[in-house]
Design a protein around this ligand. Sequence first.
Ligand code: SDX
Length: 435
Amino acid sequence: MAETTDNAKTVTITVDATGEKVTLPVLEGTIGPDVVDIRKFYGQTDMFTFDPGYGATGSCLSGLTYIDGDQGVLLHRGYPIEELANKADFLEVAYLLLEGELPDADQKAQFDEAITLHTMVHDQLSNFYRGFRRDAHPMAIMCGVVGAMSAFYHDSTDIHDPVQRMIASRRLIAKIPTLAAMAFKYSLGQPFNYPRNNLSYAENFLHMCFAVPAADYEVDPIVAKAMDKIFILHADHEQNASTSTVRLAGSSGANPFACIAAGIASLWGPAHGGANEAVLNMLNEIGHKDNIAEYVERARDRDDPFRLFGFGHRVYKNFDPRAKVLRETCHDVLNALGVEDPLLELAMELEDMALKDQYFIDKKLYPNVDFYSGIILKAMGFPTSMFTVLFAVARTVGWVAQWNEMITDPMHRIGRPRQLYTGPAERPYVEIGNR
Ligand code: SDX
């Protein structure tokens, strides 16, 4: 845990207007940049700090995930994402994020069973779906039904009870795939499938999404393995927008189901988790490799709001290591399924052209996790409207782990940023007849 030591590092800031010097402690983590602890800055200078977008501001101490954006490194509790994606399964990574260590065989078996036995949802929850139009976006449905979980699982909403926190955490991880599959089935006008305890997490999700009562359904092991790997790659990612949303909601004492619903709402944005859906829509709009140059030109043009979805990242100024794994998975899945998707060829051409474009080189814009995920998900049979839902299924593990870490952090307090006020100075009310 970060701490200030006797020979603690400090920074001293001179307030030029007064010549006053302010000395602030520097906190050191395990790896990565140190942080300046500015909690006493306002009290000593009567000034706030300013960092819209929080590009240079740490909001918390965390031991879950570490990203080195320049080196393209992503670690979960110290383990590289490439190793976890290729050697672990999703529930093993979920256990690692929640508990801090990889499970041994008994711990893994117990955790798998605990999640499996919580995959069914209260039957009344299915009534919520019938209130939506069939063409409702599945993310809109997820915002609603996940928030509604707090109306059904009252016995696990006391955030100060570690047992209730554990039950709520496992219920969320176990039930989110069921709710997501129900949203997909509802959009298709097909009946819901119940979870099956003899299937793995990824197999169960695919079965609930693609099985129909009229026929037997065998989960393709290649697709199940790819689904599990995609879940691992999307599990957690430091203090991204949706995770920060979950933490901020949780800092007020809101129940875990409401916090995760808030995270789902934030993830939906096309600049964040909604990018995988936006990538497919963009590739369809580009249509042919002969049009790529025009779109790259538009992406370069600061007066044109168009951006190349699937490129760029607040932290990665090198290849997103998840994109590298997904790029390989993409080829494996399409080859295994015998899918010839012209969009993949188009994506490869676009990647190739963008990585050679000086603007993208100068701005250090590389493909991110969303660039390839949509192509794989499309090959698996998911419509673009389900892509961000799948991201939310995976990221629920990270949100829940980050929420638990925050609740148990003795430093945590309600999040309440300040501002620089730029509105009018105080002025007297004017009667309407005199305006
Ligand atoms: C995710 O935070 C996370 O960890 C998120 C995530 C996770 O796992 O939780 O990794 C998941 O959200 C991945 C990102 C998916 N989003 C997209 O693919 C949408 C397209 N990307 C951009 O919207 C953008 O790159 C962001 C939002 C991802 C990052 O934006 P920043 O950090 O605010 O960077 P910026 O917008 O300031 O960009 C820096 C410069 C700008 O040019 P200047 O104003 O300096 O001239 O790069 C340009 C931008 O115009 N730029 C792009 C671009 N992304 C940034 N130009 C063209 N195409 C792009 N995609």
